[in-house]
Ligand binder design. Structure first.
Ligand SMILES: NC(=O)c1ccc[n+]([C@@H]2O[C@H](COP(=O)([O-])OP(=O)(O)OC[C@H]3O[C@@H](n4cnc5c(N)ncnc54)[C@H](O)[C@@H]3O)[C@@H](O)[C@H]2O)c1
Ligand SMILES: N[C@@H](CCO)C(=O)O
Ligand code: NA
Length: 440
């Protein structure tokens, strides 16, 4: 049988990895897929660089639409990124009856509902394993491997750049900016690195996992998003003393009231496997009612690790494209007419526990005032730590750090108590609040 023909839009970090791995392993991939898979046409703005990667036998153009218009092309891979031209190209490829593979989580988290509906109407597949946790087959696991389960929650380290930054800051005491530059050099960071450090990239990915886990539409606009830019070395140190590591987690959870969907720095017990995921590595914990806790670990970014997922999607499509569309695995795991309308909860309704750090005046009665406010709100305390006073504000005026770990409470209740604490004259600086997840 003649090889299936693939058109590649964008041959940067992931595109070049995809081309190279497909070439290197073509024989084994053909034996698995039952048919050869060949990238026969590439579009990139930098034609000369693209041609130097693919060699003289592959046609390179600078106009992506020429690839979509080519009737020989069966599958289009979109590896340009962003919501702009990439969205138009994906929609046009679907309209032209092409199957699409993309690593573009930003596009799918924001416009997924429209894109999947268009693909279903046209009877084509849109595959996106590379969009979440790069090379880790987490979409495959959630959509197929765990299909028996009622998923309870998912928590993941799903942004390599920020995990790399947090690890390097803790281990080597390096500066934030230095480590970010290194992540960019290694090809981990997004084109706009604020997407990484402000938690947006992780929120794109957890939004996609949430939709697949609970059968709800993709709703990035409902996600709570907080990055790592406000995180200080002091809190990383105190967390360690209390037996926790701080990780940027993407969390989605089923509750009686609705679905939690959030990204923020979290204290995680140091003894959990996920707390020991270092550098640019990713890990996702999934709790299913039947299987219990499962953990998926590996490279979530980089050229060939991400290419591994792109090519797995190419093989899936090669195997399934002749199947009746109704008998393929649904884009979001649930049949499109059987999606749930469970609502995504506002952050004020999320229930979790907290790490609080208060810089307070070192005087009698402060601890009682602070803990009194928590008690009045019905928030119980798990642990309290008081640390060495620093000199502040001249002679004799000293302050001390008060660190409190709480048990579970509603975020809305915690917000009210924090406002009351902040108003106490003995609280000398803005209070630090970091959420805490036991993940058991
Ligand atoms: N880099 C990673 O580790 C990684 C991991 C997972 C997912 N992703 C996602 O994969 C996608 C690609 O990321 P990347 O790191 O390979 O980006 P990149 O910037 O390295 O590559 C993008 C390529 O697209 C080309 N391009 C831009 N506009 C174009 C246009 N209009 N027509 C044709 N080509 C165009 C650029 O010249 C460049 O070669 C993004 O959606 C990204 O979020 C990246
Ligand atoms: N910028 C992303 C790339 C993988 O999606 C990361 O750092 O994890
Ligand atoms: Na993946």
């Amino acid at each position: 049988m003649k090889p299936i023909q693939v058109g590649l839009l964008g041959i940067g970090t992931v595109g070049s990895g995809t081309f190279n791995v497909l070439q290197r392993n073509q024989e084994e991939i053909r034996r698995r897929a039952g048919r050869g898979i060949e990238i026969t046409m590439v579009a990139d703005l930098d034609v000369a660089r693209a041609q130097s990667i693919v060699g003289p036998n592959v046609k390179v153009v600078n106009d992506a639409r020429a690839v979509i218009a080519n009737p020989e092309i069966d599958i289009v891979i979109e590896l340009i990124g962003g919501y702009g031209i990439a969205k138009a190209l994906v929609m046009e490829a679907i309209a032209a009856g092409k199957h699409v593979v993309t690593a573009n989580k930003a596009l799918l988290a924001v416009h997924g509902t429209e894109i999947f509906a268009a693909a279903s109407a046209k009877g084509v597949m849109v595959a996106f394993e590379a969009a979440v946790a790069g090379g880790i087959p987490i979409i495959k696991a959630l959509r197929e491997g765990l299909t028996a389960n009622s998923i309870q929650w998912i928590a993941g380290i799903i942004n390599g750049t920020t995990n790399f930054i947090l690890s390097e800051m803790r281990d080597k005491g390096l500066d934030f900016d230095v480590v970010l530059k290194e992540a960019q050099r290694l090809g981990y960071a997004e084109a706009d690195p604020t997407f990484d450090i402000e938690g947006v990239d992780a929120a794109h990915k957890v939004t996609l996992m949430s939709a697949i886990a609970f059968g709800i539409p993709v709703q990035f606009d409902k996600a709570y998003v907080e990055g790592i830019t406000q995180l200080g070395a002091t809190d990383i140190k105190y967390a360690e003393q209390l037996g926790y590591r701080i990780k940027l987690l993407g969390i989605t959870k089923r509750t009686d009231k609705g679905i939690e969907l959030r990204v923020h720095p979290s204290l995680v017990p140091s003894k959990r496997l996920i707390a020991n995921v270092e550098g640019a590595m990713n890990a996702v914990v999934v709790q299913g009612d039947a299987v219990g806790t499962t953990l998926y670990y590996g490279k979530g970014a980089g050229s060939e690790p991400t290419a591994s997922a792109v090519i797995a999607d190419l093989v899936d499509i090669t195997r399934l494209h002749t199947a009746d569309p109704l008998h393929r695995v649904p884009h979001l795991a649930f049949q499109p007419d059987k999606m749930s309308d469970l609502s995504v909860l506002p952050m004020s309704e999320v229930v979790t526990s907290y790490y609080l750090r208060l810089r307070v005046a070192d005087e009698a009665g402060v601890l009682a005032k602070v803990t009194g406010l928590l008690a009045n709100a019905g928030i119980s305390i798990d642990a309290v730590l008081q640390r060495e006073a620093d000199e502040v504000g001249g002679e004799g005026a000293t302050s001390t750090d008060l660190i409190i770990l709480t048990h579970d409470t509603r975020e809305g209740t915690m917000n009210e108590v924090l406002a009351q604490m902040q108003a106490l004259p003995s609280v000398l600086a803005p209070i630090t609040r970091i959420r805490k997840e036991e993940l058991n």
